[in-house]
Design a protein around this ligand. Structure first.
Ligand code: 13P
Length: 249
């Protein structure tokens, strides 16, 4: 059995007070489900406060990005060791919004992933095609290139500690979700691609789906054999909605 992960990417939402409120609502509600790992990824500024609330609970903490460098003159960047000190265990890397607005490349995501492994953080490496790419039949080429590039040079042992999120760019924040069949096809493709490097790692690798996951479509997606969880944006900002997704898992 593969690990099932429901992760909330809160993006640039939530002051410290708002984050604390949402976390308290999640802890007070039915957000604990046997066999499901729940992760929340608030903004950098809320991580420390979030850690204080989540310590000892069933909800794990993640960050939305980190630097490819260990320390030094990299104004505005946040290092892996800084994340560890505020209790983060996961880190989202290569989100399409970072690729799109900050020109992140597969090489950079690969360097960050390498550092995450070295630091003991679990990377959630994001891949996904744009609408143009899907409509011109390039989905597998694009996703395959992203997988090869972001995971280049890692051993099976390292890959066993990774999480991948397939997030079709056209489904993020648009209300358009990939059908369960469309998502399953790409998830299977990703697993096969990782399997070319290491079959065991591919078998145990959690591959999350992201892109307009809501309470009412989560079950259909999560039923697919190669969909092992969800990376949820908008719907993770409301405790009831996020809890419903956790319970659909
Ligand atoms: P939405 O769920 O808001 O579409 O966002 C998905 C996402 O980008 C998660 O990382």
């Amino acid at each position: 059995m593969r690990e099932i992960i429901i992760a909330g990417n809160w993006k640039m939402n939530g002051t410290v007070a708002e984050t604390e409120k949402l976390l308290k609502e999640l802890l007070a509600g039915k957000s604990k489900k046997r066999g499901v790992t729940v992760v929340v990824c608030p903004s950098f500024t809320s991580l420390h406060a979030a850690h204080k609330i989540l310590k000892g609970s069933h909800i794990a903490l993640g960050a939305q990005d980190m630097s490819a460098h260990q320390k030094g003159a990299f104004t505005s960047e946040v290092s892996a060791s800084m994340l560890l000190t505020v209790g983060a265990r996961y880190v989202i890397l290569g989100h399409s919004e970072k690729r799109q607005y900050h020109a992140e490349t597969d090489e950079l995501v690969n360097a960050k992933t390498r550092l995450a492994f070295a630091s003991g953080l679990t990377p959630i490496v994001c891949v996904g095609e744009t609408l143009d790419q899907r409509e011109s039949g390039q989905t597998n080429d694009v996703v395959g290139t992203q997988i090869n590039g972001t995971l280049a040079g890692f051993t099976g042992e390292q890959l066993e500690k990774a999480v991948i999120a397939y997030e079709p760019v056209w489904a993020i924040g648009t209300g358009k979700t990939a059908t369960p069949e469309m998502a399953q096809e790409v998830h299977k493709f990703i697993r096969d691609r990782v399997g070319q490097v290491d079959r065991e790692a591919a078998h145990s690798l959690p591959i999350l789906y992201g892109g307009s996951v809501k309470a009412d479509n989560a079950e259909g997606l999560l039923k697919q054999p190669d969909i092992d969880g969800a990376l949820v944006g908008g719907a993770s900002l409301k405790a009831d909605d996020f809890i419903a997704i956790i319970n659909a898992a």
